[in-house]
Design a protein around this ligand. Sequence first.
Ligand SMILES: [Zn+2]
Length: 254
Amino acid sequence: MKMIIDTHAHLNTDEFKSKIDDSLKLLKEHHVDYVIVVGMNHEANLRAIKLAFQHKELYATVGIHPCDIKNEKIEDLIPLLKEKKVVALGEIGIDLYWKKDNLEDQKKIFIQQIELAIQHDLPIIIHTRESFKEAYECVLPYKGKVRGVFHSFSSNIEDAKRAIELGFYIGISGVVTFKKALELHEIVKEIDLKHMLVETDSPWLAPVPYRGKRNEPAYTYYVVEEIAKIKNISSDEVAKITSNNAKTLFRLEI
Ligand SMILES: [Zn+2]
C-alpha cells in the first residue's frame, strides 16, 4: 500500500510513555509513514516537539485545547510556533460536551489562536464537540486567510459542506469503522477525497477491530480501508490522495 499519514495522534500522552518504540514499529507494519503529534497544553506541546526532534517520522503541533484554557497562556505558544518541526496550531476550538459554562472564554482563546496561526502562516487543527456551529462562526470572519482541518469530524453532511466551503479539510477518524456512524458514512460517500485527511486521535477512538482498546497511530490503516470500502475504490487511492492533502496542508517536506 502507498504511504499513509496519521494527521492527528497524541503520542505525547502518558498512555504512550515508554511505549513509543513499540508504536513506531507498529507503524511500519501498517504502511503508516508519518504521524502528526498534536499538542493540547504547554506540557503536551513541549512533549510533542521533543518527540518530533527525536523521530524522523513524527511532526508536532502546539496549541491550547478548549478544555485546557484555564491554566494556559497564549504567550507560551509564541516561541514554540517557530520550532522547525511544528507544522500547525492545534488542537484548538470549542467543546460544549465537557464544558458548557465558559463558551465566551473558549471563543476568545480560540480566536486569539486563529489570529496567531495567520501571523505565523500555519494551518489550524480544530476540535469541536457538540459545537460545530459555534466553532464555525469563529472561523468564518477569517475565511480565505486561515487554512486547516476540522479534526475527527462528527457533525452532519451539511456542516461538512460548510467546512469545505471555508476551504477546510475534514478529518476522518476510526469512528468511520463503527456500524452506527451513519452520518459519517454518508459524508465519506458524498464528499470528494480531495477534502479529506485521515487520522486516529490515538490513544482514543480505536477503530474496529480494536474498539475499546488503546488506539495506535498505525491503525490509520483501518480508516483508509474503511473509506476505500465505502467509496468503492482502492485503498491505494485513498492513501495517495489523503497523504497528498496532508502534505499540502501541513507543508511537509517529505
Ligand atoms: Zn485530539
